[in-house]
Structure formats: C-alpha cells, structure tokens
Design a protein around this ligand. Structure first.
Ligand code: ATP
Ligand code: MG
Length: 435
C-alpha cells in the first residue's frame, strides 16, 4: 500500500483527555479514532492489525473443529428472562433499546407490540442465551454431540470504568466459542483442547513467556474458571505466579485453602499485574436447563446438554501489545500482527529504486507499506516509529551508494545494506517465518 493513498494521517499529540498509553499511541499513529468515551473506531492500519489477530484466533478455532456463526447483536428479552439475566444483577451492563421510539411508532404498531410482548430489545453483552436457544432447536440426540460454535461478534457493555483505552470499551468485538457436550467428562476433554489452543494463539500473537493460564473463580459446575493473563503493568488484575509450576492464580481465589489444594508453596509465588486477554468457563447445565436445550441419551432419557463458553478480546490484545512494546515515540509489533510486514521509506534520490522494490515485494505477496509521500525525512521516521512495522527498508541516495537498500530488523535492531534482490530474499524469509 502506498502511504500517500491512505486518507488517514498521524497526529503529533494525543488528545489531552486520553490517559491510557495504548489509546494515546493508537490515536496518534492513525490506527483508531475516538468516537465517544469508551467507543473507538478502527481505521485502515488498526483494522489490519485487528484482523491479523482475528485470523490467528480463527485458524485455531477451526483446528478445534468449531464452526463459525454470526449471531445478532440485538437481543430478544424473552430468552434472557428465562435465565434471569434480562434485569437485576445485569442492569448495570445492558444497553437496552426499543423497536420504535414511542414518538414515531404509530398507534397501531404500539398496540401490536403490546400484544406480542413489548417493544424492548437489548444489545447483547454476551451470547450464552441466544446460542443455547438456537441449539435447543438443533440438538435432540446424543448423536448430535459433542459440537461447538464460535463467532467474532460485537458486544455492548455499559462498562463503568472505561479508562483502559481499547482494553475496556463499551462496544467491542469478542471471539466467543460455546461447546455442547453429553456430560462433564466429554466437556472436560474439549475444555482442555481449548486451553491448549488459547496458549498457541497467545504465543503466536507475541505473548510468549508472558501469558499464564490462571485459576480464577468458577461457577456452579466447576470450582475454577481459567483466565489467560498477560503480565503487564497496565493490567487491571493482580495474579500470583508460580514459575516452578508454571501456573498462576487470580487474587480473587488467592486463599490459603486454594494454595494448599494446588500444592503450591507460598514462597514460590510472585505477585504481578496482568491483563485478562481470554477466559474459559464451564457453564454446566445452567443455560441448557433454563432454555430447554436437552438431548436423548443412549438409554432413551432426556437430559440437559453440558456446556462451556470461551472468550477472547482481539482489541484488548492489540492494546496489551502496545502497553508492552511501545514507548511514547516508538512501537515495534510482533510480525504476526503488524499491519504490514515491511515498511519502505523513500528518501531523497531513492524514488526509482524504492518504486521497483515495492513492486518486487508486492509480486512476492509481502505485506508492504511504502512511504512515497513528499514530506521531510524526519516526519517519515517519526511516523514509521509509531506505526510499528518491524522490518524497515530505507532507500536514499546514500543507501544506493552503499549497496541499494538500508534494511533494519527493528526487533533485533540490526542494520545492513542490501541489494534490491537480497532485500526481496530477506522479506521472503521473514514471511516464511511468520507463517
Ligand atoms: P473483565 O474481567 O476484564 O471485565 P470479563 O471477565 O467480563 O472481562 P468475558 O466476558 O469473559 O470478560 O469476555 C471475554 C474476553 O473479552 C475477555 O477475556 C477480554 O479479553 C474481552 N473483553 C471483556 N470485556 C471487554 C471490554 N469491555 N472491552 C474489550 N474487551 C473486553
Ligand atoms: Mg474477567
């Protein structure tokens, strides 16, 4: 992509009302726009990174044999009343709306809506109810189980504390996976497979050696849930890590009894701030009983399906990457999630070589951003530093005199002069490695 053709520009200053490091940088480097408090829009570069994160997650979900769906954001109150989550404890989180505002609805419409149960709708903050209600009409026999469905779908949550930039917003895409099993044993097998898939996802995204499967509070059907916590100073959670056992526990379950049960020596635990990038949960039969998702087992008995739910927040992951790897004037993305793999920076005297390098790289299917703008070198570097592409190729009179292209691997910070052919070979090596 030629940088001159992206109609979004970097900003010198972040808005003064933005406190979190991730949002400040993502607003400056043109990844995001802030629409309202806790509400952000993804712009071309930001969306490319988000989609790379999403695609890594999607690949791993597909490998589990889960099928992708897309359920609606608008929610029918009737099914939520069955689990007592339409109102009460959930009042704080719901955004609710109505079919027609009373001002514009005709007398007729209002009468009809009254008959069919009212005109209220909710904007889903999670999807256990609709997915269970859907599957209640598809699962009837043990032969239909186990199965699993997932989606990338927009959730709405009236978050009270929207202070962590894109790590906690009021509208966000969640990957939510739901599993349906005959019983707890069958559920546990899938649950562990998801836990392994989550570790692979977070390692591929760039959290290797920083992500911990973490014991957290469970529910009716399991003593614990599992959170995937990335150690990060900007995180809202506190966890205790045992490096010896390679496990962690959330502060919320940090009690003498739990520590004893897990066989951990307290002196082996270190405290860390962390951010929850994923969460997996045994739901048991809570939702299947309430929404009548039953199946007939081999003995001919009608029993409730045993369920699990598994979430990941792609935007929170992007925010966490910034928190971990950026300073105010510099960012370097892991290759797997960078908006582009290579950034060509054309400086004075470099146009011809830069242009042909760009074409060679495009032909090799390398994701390349080409700064062909006629702006000062200093501005190009400052922008490139915050956009965060890990492989940089500078083309200038100087670089041409010294061999052709000044290539910098921003991850190892090594610089070398390469001929255009060697630069292409280098880029090919990089994409091979990313795959
Ligand atoms: P938290 O404890 O941080 O409030 P949660 O436990 O309510 O999150 P889940 O409902 O399990 O979160 O959601 C699954 C994933 O979605 C989380 O692990 C997180 O990555 C992401 N997520 C949750 N809430 C938000 C939010 N408000 N903004 C962005 N991502 C979110
Ligand atoms: Mg949580």
């Amino acid at each position: 992509m030629k940088q001159s053709s992206i109609p979004i520009h970097t900003r010198k200053e972040a808005p003064t009302d933005e406190q979190s490091k991730n949002a400040r940088l993502l607003l400056r480097n043109g990844f995001l726009n802030k629409h309202a408090s806790g509400v952000y829009e993804f712009l071309p570069l930001g969306l490319r990174s988000l989609n790379k994160i999403i695609n890594i997650i999607r690949e791993e979900m597909n490998m589990l044999g889960a099928q992708e769906v897309l359920l609606s954001a608008l929610q029918n109150p009737e099914i939520w009343k069955k689990t007592s989550r339409w109102s009460g404890d959930t009042d704080e989180v719901w955004f609710k709306t109505s079919l027609n505002s009373p001002q514009v609805a005709s007398e007729d419409t209002r009468k009809k809506e009254k008959k069919t149960g009212g005109s209220e709708l909710g904007l889903g903050f999670t999807h256990e109810e609709p997915i269970t209600s859907l599957m209640a009409t598809h699962i009837s026999s043990y032969q239909h189980l186990p199965c699993s469905l997932y989606q990338f779908q927009t959730k709405f949550r009236n978050e009270a504390r929207a202070k962590s930039g894109i790590m906690r917003t009021r509208e966000f895409i969640m990957k939510d996976l739901y599993s349906f099993a005959k019983n707890k044993e069958e559920h546990n097998v899938f649950y562990e497979k998801v836990a392994s898939a989550y570790m692979r996802i977070f390692e591929r995204i760039g959290f290797k050696d920083r992500v911990y499967r973490t014991y957290a509070s469970g529910g009716l059907f399991s003593e614990f849930s599992d959170e995937f916590q990335v150690v990060c100073d900007a995180g809202e959670d506190v966890i205790y890590i045992s490096d010896k056992k390679n496990i962690a526990l959330n502060k919320e379950v940090y009690t003498d009894a739990v520590i004893k049960k897990l066989g951990i020596d307290v002196s082996d635990l270190r405290e860390a701030k962390a951010t929850e990038v994923g969460n997996i949960f045994t739901l048991g039969t809570r939702f299947s009983e309430a929404l009548e998702c039953f199946y007939t087992n081999e003995q001919g008995e009608r029993v409730p399906v045993f369920m699990g739910s598994y979430g990941i927040g792609p935007a929170r992951i992007l925010g966490t990457l910034i928190e971990l790897y950026a300073s105010d004037s510099n960012m370097c993305f892991p290759e797997s999630v960078s908006p582009y793999t290579v950034h060509i920076i054309e400086l004075e005297g470099g146009k011809e070589v830069a242009q042909s390098l760009y074409e060679l790289l495009i032909n090799q299917k390398v994701d390349v951003l080409y700064d062909d703008r006629s702006v000062r070198a200093g501005e190009k570097f400052a922008d490139a530093d915050i956009i965060g592409i890990p492989h940089r190729m500078i083309v200038s009179t100087k670089s041409i005199n010294e061999g052709g292209i000044e290539y910098t691997d921003r991850i190892t910070e090594e610089t070398q002069n390469l001929s255009p052919q060697d630069a292409v070979a280098k880029a090919r090596e990089v994409i091979q490695y990313v795959k």
